[in-house]
Design a protein around this ligand. Structure first.
Ligand code: PEP
Ligand code: CO
Length: 452
């Protein structure tokens, strides 16, 4: 619904919230959050919005990636730097392959809460609250750990600030300098075939850079600093509302916990609180779209959704992240594109090839096949081409660590290999090698129609 006031969501049904045991403690914790400084600024948010508007016109490409859920434990120098490294490597490869400047957005510095399909989990006859992400409770299976604790929201805010501080220092201090791609090497990414291909791309980019600098007689200073933006699912509305502010000399409210929040597939009900809250913030926003909405119903839903969230067709405001899975992309994506076209509005279309392709192994591990992920991307590129629409970006769950959570890829990981390095508490992520491989295969294909 289109809310008129920033607090209107409070009167609506708020889906997928954890069962906080004491509302008064929640109010106390969030009151403290309202006094904290923001994590990002409205200038950065408006800059990102302008870039996303360009991506929607096919002039840039969005790369959005990171963990399904960050953990407090993972707030370490290595984990953060490795995530940055893999995103930088992928973005270089994608710049090369798509011929478009890449907007880098992390699923980081705040991705600490998860919507759960069941409120409880039962093990050996004991039933406890599900794990909702580190912002809410701990994954360990005992009553104390699993009881939602609102004070963890403050710990999450702090971890977000620590993460962002380190990212800003690395990026500002030259780590992301395109003249020094060797800074981004990940020791364990050594699969011969891909490594040579990556090196060749880097060499071509470096010599292009040197040529440009020779030609202009100056260093390409813009290239010594690349931007990173942050994003997370805006699930816990009490937390997000506490970090939403009015800023001087700008209209409306800005959510200042992140640049680019998204609404998850489960909370995208137009009549409910998440859409109402997001309709009142000025950030660029995204909504996940999955196969649970039948193609026939997409027209009506998109009309209402964009009516609520994108009433003025403001450039860069609205992203739709489709995640239909390799199985349902052909049946659903053309209807989604057509539904948007019928509204006459512009959105940025981004493909999340992860969440529609989740399956369980015989041992009960959640996993995804690299082949399915690649197939969904390839089908999406072709369908956007065919429908006269722009394939504007990629949203992936990845880590810079050497985990074994998704099968396939150059190393041919099998179901039986997954137990070796399975660390995710929630969804399976591409490891660094698989992530780079995905970027390379997309780059090799390019974004133009395939010659037939
Ligand atoms: C996610 O991005 O981790 C997620 C829960 O996605 P979706 O809302 O698309 O299921
Ligand atoms: Co996920």
């Amino acid at each position: 619904m289109t809310a008129r006031h920033i607090d209107d969501w409070r009167a609506l049904s708020v889906a997928y919230q954890p069962p906080w045991p004491d509302e008064a403690v929640l109010a106390e914790a969030t009151a403290e959050l309202t006094s904290f400084p923001p994590l990002v600024t409205s200038w950065e948010i408006e800059t990102l919005k302008r870039k996303l508007a360009e991506a929607a016109r096919g002039e840039r490409f969005l790369l959005q990636g990171g963990d399904c859920a960050e953990t407090f434990e993972g707030c370490t120098s290595n984990t953060i730097a490795n995530k940055l490294k893999i995103l930088l490597q992928m973005s270089l490869v994608l710049v090369h392959g798509t011929r478009r400047p890449v907007i880098r957005v992390g699923r980081f510095a705040g991705q600490y809460a998860k919507p759960r399909s069941s409120n409880t989990e039962t093990r050996d006859g004991t039933t406890l609250p599900s794990f909702y992400g580190d912002n809410v409770n701990k994954p360990t299976f005992d009553a104390h750990s699993r009881t939602p604790d609102p004070w963890r929201l403050l710990r999450g805010y702090e971890r977000s600030a620590l993460t962002l501080n380190f990212i800003r220092s690395l990026v500002g201090g030259g780590f992301a300098d395109l003249h020094h791609p060797e800074y981004w090497d990940l020791a364990f990414v050594e699969h011969a075939e891909r490594r040579e291909e990556y090196k060749a791309i880097i060499e071509r980019i470096s010599s292009g850079l040197a040529f440009m600098e020779t030609l202009s007689g100056t260093a390409a200073s813009d290239l010594s600093r690349v931007d990173f933006f942050t994003s997370h699912e805006g699930l816990l509305l009490n937390y997000e509302a506490a970090l939403t502010r009015k800023v001087p000399r700008r209209d409306g409210h800005y959510l200042l916990s992140t640049h680019y929040p998204w609404i998850g597939m489960r909370t995208a009900d137009v009549q409910q609180a998440h859409v109402a809250f997001f309709s009142c913030i000025r950030n660029p926003i995204a909504v996940k779209v999955g196969p649970s909405i039948e193609p026939d119903a997409l027209h009506e839903w998109i009309k209402e959704l964009l009516g609520a969230l994108h009433p003025d067709d403001e450039p860069g405001r609205m992203t739709l992240i489709h995640r239909f899975g390799a199985e349902h992309t052909a049946s659903h994506l053309p209807a989604l594109i057509d539904a948007v076209h019928k509204t006459g509005k512009t959105v940025l279309f981004v493909c999340d090839p992860m969440h529609g392709n989740t399956r369980s192994t015989a041992d009960g591990l959640k996993t995804r096949r690299f082949e399915d992920i690649l197939l969904e991307v390839e089908q999406s590129i072709e369908i956007h081409d065919r429908c006269g629409s722009v394939f504007g970006g990629l949203h992936v769950e990845l880590t810079g660590e050497n985990v074994t959570e998704c099968t396939g890829g150059a190393r041919g990981l099998q179901d039986a290999d997954l137990a070796d390095g399975y660390r995710s508490m929630v969804d399976p992520r591409l490891n660094a090698e698989q992530s780079l491989e995905l970027a390379m295969l997309i780059a090799r294909r390019g974004l133009s129609p395939l010659a037939t």
